[in-house]
Design a protein around this ligand. Structure first.
Ligand code: 5AD
Length: 442
């Protein structure tokens, strides 16, 4: 580096972002990072060399919130040693607002998810707490600092109009706002032109998408995005079971490049718990939806989210969740102990489940899912899977690594390393704990 350039790099302001939570939060980090770079900041991976530190927080469960305050305690010391700025972003920012400043006055600003596009006004000191939902959300995809070279996440709908009684999301991310159809297609085309062949459409309830000007729905959008040249794989997350339509299923069936991996959170296998959660479907209806999708798209693999210990959950309710897992045979899942969230209705709906009982249920749930997952993985032995190559394996440099259509990590050997972003056919030879291994075939 010439000395003039190295001096200007040294003089450049730097920022560090830490991200918790869902894909939406990830994307908000990519948006803020891109924006800061446009303002001349440089991103660093080491917080001690940053001038600006952003914590992009999650409040889906209480634990995530605690984590944030623990981190702030540490950053306070860093701030005492050198003059850094600290911003709290994301869902805890939205939920706690001003209260964060009372508890941690050394925080410079608080900015909620609705204001990511308005980062300038807090950086310029016009506002210290930005937690409203401005009409003008300013979503600038051209300045996104994408985190992956092979995959682009594209928001299609923000917020959620469901009122699940356990969930904080409607408070932290507001009511549903869908983006204009053509705007989404432009962003996807732009992402493809930058070499990203895998597109992941994002929304808290992604399949509730409705174009605000034309009324076109999620099925229309899937068909149009899948039809764009250069979209090698199309994923979307998160679907709400009550919003699954035959149009959406038909779009998946008709387009081979739409992933056969479907995340469909069920939350519980008991209709009585589902009713108190206000999930808008029964166990039977969920199973019907799964069956209908399997009829049209036989090679689909489901994954799900489960909450154990929801207020009033009995052993019988829990047994129904276990039996639902056996019946559907999800490839993978996320399972959580219920965590009461401020302002939600669930705590008033039933008596709390003893923590030890909830923990024990979680252990049983994981044990069952583990055996189902291992069996699922063994079914791939001897098959050929299409893998999107992402780079050398993290654990073994000699191996190449990527994701299969069913979202499994596949590590494979190949005589000559392909270009990042290439689809590789891999013969599966071995099953590991949560991954597959094999060799590239031509
Ligand atoms: N407690 C526990 N888990 C929750 N989730 C959402 N809210 C809560 C809560 N209060 C889980 C749900 C959801 C996933 C993203 O987080 O399973 O699908």
């Amino acid at each position: 580096m010439s000395s003039a350039i190295s001096q200007s790099v040294a003089a450049q302001k730097t920022f560090f972002i830490e991200t918790w939570g869902c894909q939406m939060n990830d994307l908000d980090t990519q948006r803020m990072s891109g924006h800061l770079k446009l303002r001349g900041y440089r991103r660093v991976n080491d917080e001690s060399s940053a001038d600006l530190i952003l914590l992009n927080t999650c409040s889906i469960r209480e634990k995530s919130e605690h984590k944030m305050f623990t981190r702030l305690g540490y950053l306070r010391e860093l701030k005492q040693q050198k003059g850094i700025r600290i911003g709290v972003c994301g869902c805890v920012a939205q939920q706690e607002g001003e209260a964060i400043l009372s508890r941690a006055p050394f925080v410079d600003f608080v900015i909620g998810p609705g204001n990511v596009g308005h980062l300038d006004s807090v950086l310029d000191g016009d506002t210290r707490v930005a937690v409203d939902f401005p009409q003008d959300r300013r979503y600038d995809y051209l300045s996104l600092d994408r985190s992956s070279a092979v995959r682009a996440q594209v928001t299609i709908i923000e917020g959620c109009n469901k009122n699940c009684t356990f969930c904080i999301v409607p408070t932290t991310r507001g009511r549903e706002v869908s983006r204009p159809f053509d705007d989404i297609l432009c962003e996807v085309e732009h992402a493809i032109s930058t070499g990203r062949g895998e597109i992941e459409l994002l929304g808290q309830t992604v399949n509730a998408y409705t174009c605000p000007s034309s009324g076109r729905d999620f099925a229309d959008l899937l068909r149009n995005v899948a039809g764009l040249a250069g979209v090698h794989r199309l994923r979307f997350i998160t679907s709400h079971p009550a919003e699954v339509t035959s149009g959406m299923i038909g779009a998946i069936r008709d387009h081979d490049n739409i992933s056969r991996f479907l995340h469909l959170p069920v939350q519980s296998g008991s209709s009585s718990v589902l009713r108190r959660m206000k999930r808008l479907y029964t166990r039977e209806r969920y199973l019907e939806i799964v069956a209908e999708i399997r009829r049209e798209v036989p090679d689909v693999l489901f994954s799900t989210d489960i909450i154990v210990g929801f207020p009033g959950e009995t052993e019988k309710d829990f047994a129904e969740t276990l039996s639902l897992l056996e019946e559907v045979r999800f490839g993978s899942f996320f399972a959580f102990k219920y965590s009461p969230r401020p302002g939600t209705a669930a705590p008033r709906i039933g008596s709390p489940v003893d923590d030890a009982i909830a923990s024990e249920r979680l252990v049983r749930l994981f044990a069952l899912q583990e055996s189902i997952e291992q069996e699922t993985l063994r079914n791939y032995l001897g098959t050929t899977q299409e893998v999107l190559y992402e780079g050398p394996s993290r654990h073994d440099e000699a191996m190449s690594s990527g994701k299969s259509d069913h979202n499994w990590t596949v590590n494979f050997s190949v005589p000559a390393r392909p270009e990042v972003g290439t689809m590789v056919q891999v013969l599966i030879r071995e099953v590991r704990h949560h991954s597959l291994r094999g060799e590239a075939v031509t």
